[in-house]
Ligand binder design. Structure first.
Ligand code: FAD
Length: 454
């Protein structure tokens, strides 16, 4: 019965987890993977769930870390990626690092051996019209399929690069130095007129900052990675290389801004931060996409007055990355609004990272199986790591500035009655993770279903 079959395109981190979840729930799965016949610049093998760069799933701390919490949630849901990561774990302190080749080989073997999974070595080039599909083709989606997606969604809604400016936790910005104001106080409402957070720089601050940008360690582009991106989103260090005044006339221009703490002193330059989520817990540094290495970024950005104690929800970057404008294109069930027989999962939905991608594969599969069996699931609580991520990409994020997102506590609804700022952090994170675990277990229990009839 073709109707009961779930087709999954892409056997990466998301597609592998999705195939496992759906097959374990009793669904027949066809997993289409183009490698090894068609490769990408980053993959080396034909195995499923290949880790293309680092061999780490990051922190495994499920009490104080949002990615560790995501590990916990995936384990509670019987996730294959986490099971195999545990089997092939390498010593790495608090991080969950694995022997990557053994890990991918074991996943490949497990999926190929599953009686309800058929694997097909083929590139999918069109968006399918019928049947149930999950597309999990990742940041390096093949050209033909990307073109088909673009034709369906419009060019504006499918990005080929992410140019990510760093994102700061709002409660780590020093508001005795920074102030809220939109340039020229633009906006109808008071909220709009105070929409940005501004960090002032003296001439000395600015000169030291430019020196640090020029001296910082940078990441090189991969071969074939740069084509076409340089137009709208130059890295800040490249702008600085073009001339010491370039930034002061670009993203750091001080015009139209008055320092609320010292109105008589005109700042030499101003760094602006813009709200990044509906909750107002995250701010991105406007125009600060960068290829600086992560260690260098934290050091350089903390030179900005007001950000000396900043904690970053994610650092900046520029990568080849195919991803959808999910807040406009996907419904809360991860379906393409214009073609609801297709769900998207993994990095292509605008999450960032192996773990986040696998988690979105897990969720998409559970939503698909429910649909195939004629059930509708209650929404995943946004208080869980999985729910916080899917809520962000399908609606919580600002569609105009949408860029890929790691899981982080800034995406969670606040727990009331707890101390804000640095000092309350341990208790706050513990409260987030305790609440998430209870809510995730309840969701899993509420959505557990009888297996799909044969
Ligand atoms: C160069 C690079 C380095 C990265 N490094 C890290 C890192 O160190 N840590 C981290 O957490 N994240 C990293 N990421 C981000 C991201 O987490 C990983 O790319 C992750 O693998 C995404 O999972 P996914 O399942 O969405 O995509 P993938 O794991 O890439 O899986 C997608 C699969 O779809 C297949 N495919 C593509 N198009 C088609 C098609 N038309 N038909 C059939 N199959 C197709 C691909 O061959 C691939 O197997 C990196 C990304 C890139 C590009």
């Amino acid at each position: 019965m073709t109707d009961m079959t779930l087709n999954i395109v892409g056997g990466g981190l998301a597609g592998s987890e999705a195939a496992w979840q759906a097959a374990e729930a009793g669904c027949r799965v066809v997993l289409h993977e183009m490698r090894p016949a068609v490769g990408t610049f980053a993959h080396r093998t034909g195995d499923f769930a290949e880790m293309v760069c680092s061999n780490s799933f990051r922190s495994d701390d499920d009490e104080q870390n949002a990615v560790g919490l995501l590990h916990w949630e995936m384990r509670a849901a019987g996730g294959l990626i986490m099971e195999m990561a545990a089997r092939h774990r390498l010593p790495a302190g608090g991080a969950l690092a694995v022997d990557r080749d053994a890990f991918s080989a074991a996943i490949t073997e497990r999926l190929r051996a599953h009686p309800r999974i058929e694997t097909v070595a083929a590139e999918i080039k069109e968006l399918p019209r019928d049947g149930h599909w999950i597309i999990a083709t990742g940041p390096l989606t093949s050209g033909a399929l990307a073109e088909a997606i673009r034709a369906e969604t419009g060019a504006e809604a499918l990005a080929f690069f992410d140019a990510i400016a760093p994102i700061v936790y709002a409660d780590t910005i020093d508001m005795s130095v920074a102030w809220e104001q939109s340039r020229y106080d633009k906006g109808e409402t008071e909220a709009e007129q105070r929409a940005y957070i501004n960090c002032p720089m003296t001439r000395d601050d600015y000169e030291a900052f430019v020196d640090a940008l020029l001296a910082a360690d940078k990441t090189e582009f991969h071969e074939g990675e740069t084509a076409g991106y340089f137009d709208g989103c130059l890295p800040i260090e490249v702008m600085a290389e073009r001339g010491r005044e370039t930034l002061r006339h670009g993203p750091m221009k001080p015009r139209g801004l008055t320092n609320a703490h010292a109105p008589e002193v005109k700042p030499h330059a101003v760094v602006q931060l813009r709200r990044d989520n509906a909750l107002g817990t995250l701010y991105n540094i406007v125009g600060f996409q960068t290829k600086m290495k992560y260690g260098a970024q934290a050091e350089v950005f903390r030179m900005i007055p007001g950000l000396s104690e900043a904690k970053f929800a994610r650092l900046g970057g520029i990568h080849r990355n195919t991803f959808l404008n999910s807040p406009t294109l996907l419904d809360e069930q991860m379906r393409l609004k214009s073609r609801p027989n297709i769900r998207f999962a993994g990095q292509i939905t605008g999450v960032e990272g192996y773990v986040e991608s696998a988690a979105m594969g897990l969720l998409a599969a559970r939503l698909s199986v429910a649909e195939i069996t004629g059930r509708s699931l209650p929404p995943v609580p946004p208080t869980t790591a999985t729910g916080a991520l899917v809520t962000h990409i399908t609606g919580g994020a600002d569609a105009k500035t949408f860029q890929p997102m790691n899981v982080n506590f800034g995406l969670f609804p606040p727990v009331s009655g707890l101390k804000s700022g640095r000092r309350g952090r341990t208790d706050r994170y513990r409260a987030y993770t305790d609440r998430a675990k209870v809510d995730w277990q309840a969701w899993l229990a509420a959505t557990a279903a009888a297996p799909v009839p044969a």
